[in-house]
Design a protein around this ligand. Structure first.
Ligand code: ADP
Length: 320
């Protein structure tokens, strides 16, 4: 391939810039031209692109967000939209595309590949909820951001003998909740993958911790469970412990990416370009058992993953 494009799509994640930089520099390294496509698939439809140089990705490895911006584009997710995008790529001379995003973005990548435009997906989402890969770009940074914020909440909870119900991101998956719950020493971690019982999983644990002389209680709630304020009210009514709800929200998406996110994004970007160089499309890059590998996109979309059992077990053992 002589000319490829790179875009970021769906929810932004720290480390997307590191992935863009890696794709651009790998492409240049292998003698290709690399075009940055602005605002995801929308930018492809609008032919909103810029030729990238070695220097145009200088000093972005440490920046959160995405310099190419991201968007959700309903028009693209139709048969006509995909055909239009393939035509646009032809006009621009793009022979392959790298898409950094989540499962939704990979469906688009699959459709482009099926329509003759080889496309590679790189998993970029703070939620770590892409089944084929052990790791998604942005996850570690989001964990550290959430962990730091909850440490601060703990200080104020301890001073007032309060309980804090903290909602972290994760609509369908509890990966962030489970990790920060353990890292912050939460009394209780509630994730969408597991049914929960207010008395057994929260109230009894708070009462037990109270008996042991604990002065602060943290309940971590994945976004998919929701109702943080209502839960806080119920906990306060039942236990008598003053309880506040905090929703961390989009703060978890921002910030300078951690070393892990920068390195992973760089490794995945190189792999993606090397596949395109060989004319291979319809693959998603994954990190599996310590290796950067690739899967057929359809196969990858059919995989499932849940929060690791040993994490759940460990979190329960240490709060018993
Ligand atoms: P994420 O990639 O983070 O999962 P979305 O689900 O919002 O985010 O998807 C990002 C974009 O990918 C959408 O705006 C749309 O353009 C495209 N997309 C999503 N789902 C599909 C689909 N089923 N088929 C084709 N394109 C899709």
């Amino acid at each position: 391939m002589k000319r490829i494009g790179v875009l970021t799509s769906g929810g932004d994640a720290p480390g997307m810039n590191a992935a863009i930089r890696s794709v651009v520099r790998s492409g240049l390294h292998y003698g290709m031209e690399v075009y940055g496509i602005r605002e995801g698939y929308k930018g492809l439809l609008e032919e909103n692109v810029e030729a990238m140089t070695y220097r145009s990705v200088s000093e972005i490895i440490n920046r959160g967000g995405t310099i190419l911006k991201t968007a959700r584009c309903l028009e693209f997710a139709t048969e006509e939209g995909v055909s239009k995008a393939v035509e646009a790529a032809k006009r621009l001379g793009l022979e392959g595309i790298v898409v950094v995003g989540g499962d939704g973005s990979f469906r688009g990548a699959r459709d482009l590949s099926r329509n003759g435009l080889p496309t590679i997906g790189i998993p970029g989402t703070i939620d770590n909820d892409i089944a084929c890969t052990d790791y998604t770009i942005g996850f570690d940074t989001a964990l550290n951001t959430a962990c730091e914020a909850i440490d601060k909440l703990k200080d104020t909870c301890a001073s007032h003998n309060r309980c804090s119900v903290v909602e972290v991101m994760g609509r369908h998956a509890g990966h962030i909740a489970m990790h920060v719950g353990i890292a912050n020493g939460a009394e209780s971690i509630i994730v969408p993958e597991k049914r929960f019982d207010l008395k057994a999983d929260i109230v009894d644990r708070i009462e037990k911790a109270d008996d042991k002389g604990k002065s602060h209680f943290i309940v971590i709630l994945a976004e998919g469970i929701g109702q943080a304020s209502m839960m806080a009210k119920q906990i306060e009514e039942i236990t008598g412990v003053e309880t506040r709800a905090t929703i961390l929200g989009h703060i978890q998406r921002g910030g300078s990416p951690t070393v892990q996110d920068r390195v992973m994004a760089t490794r995945m970007g190189v792999k993606a370009v090397e596949l395109l160089k060989e004319g291979v499309g319809n693959r998603v890059i994954a990190y599996k058992s310590g290796q950067v590998v690739d899967y057929d996109i359809t196969e990858a979309l059919n995989m499932t993953k849940s929060v690791e059992e040993d994490l759940v077990h460990a979190s329960q053992v240490v709060t018993e």
